[in-house]
Design a protein around this ligand. Structure first.
Ligand code: F6P
Length: 360
């Protein structure tokens, strides 16, 4: 039995996409035999599926990509809320995606992506396509899996950034704020903050009170510490903003002329404590380059499991790691949900137990 498998990568890229693609491909060639598998690479995520940008891949395409950052297929953000909307271009995206699937004679479609990707995967599964998701994101916020590939690499990179800020902060007796990606969820900031020895960690799930943040800095000063390190999730907000709707919050920020939460916090700390503050934004460096050893292993395990799901014809699912087990969840159960940091998460408790302030 010949199988034609479409693969796409969608949303923001991250380290480990190619390692996962390689894992799927190698496991399928091993399991079904090279002559019985045809892998179709779909360019630039769902955009490629909508526009039939597909290419039959040779098995050799999946060699030598384990350590390669980015994605060999390219990626694009295709907002879910626009998926079922026919815009000015008059394109019915869902219809087109189904047509491409048919034209390419696919037996199944593998979608490597984050929360938005999974919502569209569920939509396509509901439309009758055989879809398997693979959980990718540096944010680690996909519901139903303990970990996503790309996350651990980003934690390593953010940790190194924080490590390097320590010496310059100490030399200049400054507050150094490191802004870390993570718009909705604070997993990356929490983990990197802990690993990098940040004194203050600010995440979206725990709205901060700026006075408490400044108190934490002043307490350090009073105890003879001349510098402080603050790990700030890009999406964090204060207790006043926490009461606002998203739009209202964005309007208030635009009016104040502040581009990021981190810039605002830095200015407030400097004004309130008198200690000089500087901001560092590693930004997309967190998403670039080779995956860590952890992510290479995880990506390979995820790829192997996807091949197993194909063999069992278990579709409408997404691969997951729960405890030490690689397994899968129904798309129905996880799509549209986000995995947030609980305020009493064991890492938050551990951080508080060693004196880290969350500004709460
Ligand atoms: O979803 C992953 C992520 O890196 C977020 O942490 C970040 O907010 C966002 O993508 C940035 O997206 P873009 O690359 O489109 O600017």
């Amino acid at each position: 039995m010949k199988r034609r498998i479409g693969i796409l990568t969608s949303g923001g890229d991250c380290p480990g996409l190619n390692a996962t693609i390689r894992g799927v491909a190698k496991a399928c060639y091993e399991r079904f035999g090279e002559d019985n598998v045809e892998i179709v690479g779909i360019s630039n995520g769902y955009y490629g599926l909508i526009n039939n940008l597909c290419k039959d891949m040779a098995p050799s395409a999946f060699s030598g990509i384990l350590t390669q950052g980015g994605t060999i297929f390219g990626t694009k953000r295709q907002p879910f809320k626009m998926m079922q909307v026919i815009g000015d271009d008059n394109v019915d995206k869902v219809k087109n995606m189904k047509e491409t699937y048919k034209k390419q004679k696919l037996d199944c479609l593998l979608t490597l992506g984050g929360n938005g990707t999974h919502k569209t995967s569920k939509l396509l599964a509901d439309e009758g396509l055989n879809v398997i998701g693979l959980p990718k994101t540096i944010d680690n916020d996909i519901y139903g899996t303990d970990v996503t590939f790309g996350f651990h690499t980003a934690v390593d990179i953010a940790t190194e950034a924080i490590d390097r800020l320590h010496t310059t902060a100490a030399s200049h007796s400054r507050i150094l704020l490191c802004e870390i990606m993570g718009n909705k969820a604070g997993w990356l900031t929490l983990n990197a903050g802990l690993a990098g020895g940040a004194d203050i960690i600010l995440i979206p799930e725990i709205p901060y009170d700026i006075d408490k943040v400044c108190d934490a800095v002043m307490q350090r000063t009073a105890s003879g510490k001349t510098f402080s390190i603050v790990a700030v999730a890009e999406g964090c907000f204060d207790t006043t903003e926490a009461k606002m709707k998203k739009k209202e919050r964005a309007k208030k920020r635009a009016e104040a002329g502040m581009t990021t939460a981190t810039n605002r916090i830095a200015a407030q700390i400097q004004a309130n404590t008198g200690v000089e503050a500087r901001v560092c934004v590693p930004g997309h460096m967190l998403r670039g380059g080779a995956p860590s050893a952890y992510d290479r292993v995880l990506a390979t395990q995820f790829g192997v499991h996807a091949a197993w799901l194909i063999a069992q014809e278990k579709y409408g699912r997404t691969v997951a790691k729960i405890g030490n087990k690689i397994t899968s969840n129904k798309l129905d159960d996880i799509a549209g949900k986000t995995k947030f940091v609980d305020v009493d998460n064991h890492l938050v408790i551990a951080a508080k137990d060693i004196g880290v302030s969350f500004g709460d």
